[in-house]
Design a protein around this ligand. Sequence first.
Ligand code: ADP
Ligand code: MG
Length: 591
Amino acid sequence: MANRIAAGEVVERPASVVKEFVENSIDAGAAHVSVQIEGGGTRLIRVLDDGEGMDQDDILLSLERHATSKLTDEGQLSAIATLGFRGEALPSIASVSRMTITSRPAGAELGARVEIRHGRVLKVHEMGCAKGTVLEVRDLFGNMPARKKFLKTAPTELAHIEEVVKNYALAYPRIGFVYQVDEREVFSVSAMADDLEARVRAVGGRRAANAPLVRLDEAADGVRVHGYLVPPDEMLATAGRLRLFVNGRVIRERMVVHALAEGLRGFLMKGARPAGALFIEVPPASVDVNVHPTKQEVRFQRPTLVHQLVSLAAREGMMRYQRALQDELFVVPAPKVRRPDPSSPPVVSASVEEPPSTWAQPELAFAPLTSREPAPAAKPVASAPVPAAAPAAVPAGCPVGSDALRPIGQLLGTYILCEGEEGLVVIDQHAAHERLLFEEMKRQYAAGAVARQALLFPKVIECDREEKRLLARFAAEISALGVDIEPFGGDSYVVKAVPAIVGHLAAEVIVRDILTQLESGGSGAGSKTEAVLAGMACKAAIKGGQSLQPEEISALLRRMREAEIFSHCPHGRPVVKQFTVTDIKRWFHRG
Ligand code: ADP
Ligand code: MG
C-alpha cells in the first residue's frame, strides 16, 4: 500500500517511469542508454544500459522500499551527487505494473532476471545477458484503472517521454542515447564526444543544426552557469523552450527564468521567453534537491549569487554574440599568407570613403535621415555632446575599416540588401536604426545627459488622476528622460522641453507615451525607463518604406559595424538575415 501511495507521487505517467529508469542508468555509470516504447508507454517501457549492473540479491533489494545503494551515511543526504537517492522508484513502479529486471554486473558470469507483478515477485532466475541492466515495464497502471483513465492520448504521452529523453541527452553529452517508439528510431545521439554544443544541436533537431547560438559561460564563487540560448528572434517562436539543469538534474525554477530575462533585457520581445539549454553547477552541499518527490524543484543556498550569475552570463553571452556577428558580417577575412615575408608591406584593405552625412556624426546622431520639417517653435538646448560608442575592438589581424558589406540597394524601401563575404545580407533598416538609437539613448540616460529640446512656446496639457499619479511617482525619471514638465494649476501641466530625439512629435503625444510605458513597461524602474527609451528610439528611427540615399545606407552600415549592440531591435526582432551562397546555389540546383 505504501508503495502504491508513493507511486501516486512519483509515477504520474509513462514519462515518469522513463525519467526514473534513465536516472538510474546514469547513476549506474552507463555510457549508452536505450529507451524503447510501445503503445504510448502503457504497453511497454524498456530502458537498457551498459552500467554497473546488479546481481540477484541487489535486484531483490532494489525492490525494497527506501532501499538505495546511493547513500551510505546520513551526511550524504546533505550533499547529493547522484540523481536518485530516495529508493522509491523501483518499488513504486513495480507496484503498479508488470516489471522485469534483468541485470549482470561486470565480472559476473551469469546475470539474473526477476519478474514482478503488482509488487509481488513472481520469478527469480539466473540467465546469460549483457553487462548492464534492462528494466521493462508492461501494462502500466493495469491495476489502477482510475489512474490509467487519466492518461492522455499516446501522442501526448510520447511527447512527454521524448522531452525526458532529450533533457537527459542534453545534460549528459558523454552518454549515447537511442530513443525508439514502436521499433522505429526517433532520435539517437552518439557517445563519442563530450561536446555540449554538438549535443545541443543534435537534440534541437534540424532547425538547431546550423542556427547561430548564443553561448553562455560565467563562473564565480564555485558556481558555474553555462549553456546555449537561441538568438532573441528565435525566442519569439512559441515552440522554443528553455531547458534548465542544476547539477545534471532537470529543474523548473522561476527565479532562473527571471534572471535570464533580466540579463536579456532590451532583447526580449514583450511576452517572449528565453529559450535554450542552461546548466547551473553548484557544489552539491549548496543546493537542496530533496524538496519535491519528483525532484523537479531545488533550493539554492545562495539564490542571489545564482540569479546574478545567470543574468551576467546572458548579458555577456549576447555581447559575445554581437562581436561574432560583427566579425562575420563586416570583417574581411585576413588573406591567407603562405610565405611569410617580413619585407613585404602589410596587407591593408582600403577603407571605403564615406560620403559626408550629418547622420553619421555623433553629435548629430539623431538628425533625421531625410529632411523632416523641423519641429515648429523649437530650438535645441545646448546639451553636452554625447560621445558616440567606442568602436568595437577589432581582433588583431583583421583589417580595420574594411567594408565587407557592399550595399546593392533597397527592397520595398524597407530592407537594405548587401553583398557580403558569405552571400546575401538583408538588413531591416528600421530595426537596425532603432537599436542604434536605443543604445545611444541608454548611454545618454546613464550619463544623465539626455539631449533636450526646449519648446519656444511651452505646451499646456491636461492630465487625469492616473496621469497625475504617474507624473508624481516618476518625476525624477521623467526629468532624466528629457522632459521638463511642471504643474500649472488644477489638472494642467506645462511642458517646457522634450527629448531632442522625438522633438518632431507633439509634446502631448510624447508625455502620454512616456506615461504609458512607465505604467506598463515591465517591472522595476530600469526596465520601465528602458521601455520609454525604446519607444522613443522606435519613433525616431527611419521607417520601413522610406527610401534612403546611398550615403545614408553606408552611414547606417558603418554605425552597425562600430556599435556595441546591433543584432536585434530593442523588441527582439532580428536586424540582419543572411542567405549564404550555399543556400542560394541550392535554390537553383547548382551544387
Ligand atoms: P534510487 O535511485 O533513489 O536509489 P531506485 O528505486 O530508483 O532508487 O533504485 C533502487 C536501487 O536500484 C538503486 O539505488 C540502485 O542500486 C539500483 N538500480 C536501479 N536501477 C539500476 C540500474 N539501471 N543499474 C544499476 N543499478 C540500478
Ligand atoms: Mg532512481
